[in-house]
Design a protein around this ligand. Structure first.
Ligand SMILES: Cc1ncc(COP(=O)(O)O)c(C=O)c1O
Length: 392
């Protein structure tokens, strides 16, 4: 008989990462819907539209051929070449296909990036508010996320001064930025991105650019880190612009010196990325017209919320530059965004994400609205929020 106490399993300390609160909001919304209630969903950062028709047709044809085996660890050559060509088409910058690595969504890209760039204990700067998995993946890998507060005064991005100050306090090994960003929906100008990259490189701080929301830029065209340096590691995905969240396919542009390390990691961690998804992704680039129409839909949604929310009492929000997020200051109604979001869901039937998911300090005063749904949903949400706030 085994000694039960000796073999009782306890989770490792490194797996003790915070949950994603948005999942709790989704569960609460699902309970309301199960009772027959109506919920307008603005909590999830997911396009309502499906993958482009070209991608779905390519996947269907591949299924009929039934030759879905492993691929090369770094991805199928046609897809890597097609992604490399995209950098020429979209930004006028040359990227060699050899530097493109296909990943299982950008989420797996972070694991490959952090493992290939950092040692346990390394400090990596991230923006606060920011996308929670940056912090949580770094923590699980034994690295130390270093939140750098961003605000209107810093143009809602990490500045050279803030990076230098954090580095002086205790040396940083890396910095990760996103533009357009989640949850803020704000963007960095090309000059600001270039200046930050130069400052980081000068001090040996490795630079990671999360470009997952590229293509969804409304205020001005997004700049890629590839325009400014071959030493930055770029992360991107088919999830957002190409509406392919569930296909789990993304990519990285990797500095030459890291390529073999990334290849060895990918071979061992996942062998290769799902083949059907890679085939679909290569064809997605031929569906740009369809995706541009989806983007125009977001632009209309953005207009509805940017014009509508101030009319109903939510007048303070960050610049709505890109992605499909509006990050609203709700401090004049509540300093407990979790409670605010709960009540808005239960009483107004509008689901949104409390800011504490993204920023444990100031996030108590913010709520993130995703405007990736339909225009009719956006109008209904504004009206529901207005009626609710008027009563409150
Ligand atoms: C900023 C940011 N990066 C990365 C991801 C991960 O996306 P995926 O793994 O689907 O590519 C998300 C998802 O919401 C995100 O908002």
């Amino acid at each position: 008989m085994l000694d039960k106490a000796r073999f009782a399993l306890s989770a490792s300390a490194r797996s003790d990462v915070a949950p994603f609160i948005v999942m709790d909001v989704m569960a609460a919304a699902a309970r309301i819907e199960a009772r027959g209630g109506r919920v307008v969903h603005m909590e999830v950062g997911q396009p309502a539209a499906p993958a482009p028709k070209t991608a779905r047709a390519a996947a269907r044809a591949a299924l009929d051929r039934a030759d879905i085996g492993y691929t090369q660890a770094l991805g199928i050559p046609q897809l890597r070449a097609r992604i490399a060509r995209h950098y020429g088409d979209a930004y006028g910058v040359a990227v060699e296909p050899e530097r493109v690595v296909v990943t299982t969504g950008s989420s797996a890209g972070f694991i490959l990036a952090f493992l290939s760039l950092f040692e346990p204990g390394d400090r990596v700067a991230v923006a606060s508010p920011g996308y929670p998995p940056y912090r949580h993946i770094l923590t699980a890998l034994g690295c130390e996320p270093v939140p750098i507060e961003i605000s209107a005064a810093t143009n809602w991005s990490i500045t050279v001064e803030a990076l230098n100050a954090a580095h002086r306090e205790k040396p940083l090994k890396g910095v990760l930025v996103a533009s357009p960003a989640n949850p803020t929906g704000t963007m960095m100008r090309g000059e600001a991105l270039a200046a930050l990259m130069t400052a980081a490189e000068a001090q040996g701080i490795r630079f990671i650019s999360d470009e997952i929301y590229h293509g969804l830029d409304y205020a001005f065209p997004a700049a890629t880190a590839a325009q400014f340096s071959d030493h930055a590691l770029i992360i991107n995905s088919f999830s957002k612009y190409f509406c392919m969240t569930g296909w789990r396919v993304g990519w990285m542009v990797v500095p030459d010196a890291l390529l073999r390390a990334v290849e060895r990691l990918q071979q061992n961690l996942s062998i290769s990325v799902p083949t059907l998804s890679q085939i679909a992704a290569a064809a997605a680039f031929d569906g740009r017209d369809e995706m541009e129409a989806v983007k125009h839909g977001y632009e209309e949604n953005r207009r509805i919320v940017v014009e509508g929310l101030p009319r109903v009492g939510l007048a303070k929000f960050l610049p709505v530059d890109g992605a499909f997020y509006l990050y609203a200051d709700v401090s004049h109604f509540s300093r407990d965004s979790l409670d605010f979001a709960k009540r808005m869901l239960e009483e107004a039937g509008v689901a949104a994400t409390p800011g504490i998911d993204f920023d444990p300090v100031h996030g108590r005063e913010f709520v993130r609205f995703s405007y990736a749904g339909s225009a009719a949903d956006m109008r209904e949400a504004v009206e529901r929020i207005g009626n609710w706030l008027a009563k409150a």
